[in-house]
Design a protein around this ligand. Structure first.
Ligand SMILES: C[S@@+](CC[C@H](N)C(=O)[O-])C[C@H]1O[C@@H](n2cnc3c(N)ncnc32)[C@H](O)[C@@H]1O
Length: 189
């Protein structure tokens, strides 16, 4: 398990600027919605806090207890310490599932995608936001994370889309500024 984030947790919100992609996230996740949202690898709740007004309930799941200590200090957020590869939630228990700046950190990206799909309700959406690894700045960040042994693995948009091979997965992608987005709609069958 990647423990870097336990160390970073107390200063994370001061180092990383506020969630600046809110408008795009609201559009791609089709928010607001009367339902539950799961923020996988949600860390300090930086993103979940911004999305809180647009859903009934927000749950932050993260492997780092240090990061989650920050999340629970924020109003209205529920936090669950769990690896993204084995989410402790029933099938189809969330209307939206988001993962922001975390997919490249998880140990098993295919298992993570499978779990996000499993817990998503029919008719719901998964939204993935990742740094766009084709840009020079993100390439430098990737190198830094490699040097510091964070074991990050950045995927292309095509590779992320391919994580959802299910027949009823409708996948769209978008590149915007320094971000790569993947939206997965679970078509009711
Ligand atoms: C760069 S932070 C992003 C946090 C948050 N999504 C945000 O944008 O502020 C990456 C997060 O992924 C979490 N993480 C890394 N590997 C994980 C795993 N296998 N399961 C769950 N969380 C994981 C880390 O603990 C960390 O909180």
């Amino acid at each position: 398990m990647n423990t870097h984030f336990d160390w970073l947790a107390p200063v994370y919100d001061r180092l990383i600027r506020r969630f600046s992609s809110l408008e795009t996230m609201l559009e791609l996740a089709d928010l607001p919605v009367a339902g539950r949202l799961l923020d996988v690898g949600g860390g300090t709740g930086r993103v979940a806090e911004a999305l809180r007004p647009y859903v009934e309930q927000v749950v932050v799941a993260d492997a780092s207890s240090g990061m989650l200590r920050q999340a629970v200090s924020k109003d209205g957020l529920q936090a669950v310490c769990a690896g993204a590869e084995a989410l402790p939630f029933p099938d189809e228990s969330f209307d939206r599932v988001v993962i922001v700046d975390a997919l490249h950190h998880v140990a098993d990206q295919a298992a993570t995608a499978g779990e996000m799909w499993r817990v998503l309700r029919s008719g719901g959406r998964i939204v993935i936001q990742e740094p766009d690894v084709r840009t020079a700045l993100v390439k430098m960040i990737a190198l830094f994370e490699k040097v510091t042994l964070m074991r990050s693995r950045f995927l292309s948009l095509e590779q992320m889309a391919a994580l959802f091979p299910q027949a009823n997965a409708e996948v769209t992608t978008r590149e915007e500024a320094f971000n790569a987005w993947v939206v997965v709609y679970k078509v009711p069958v």
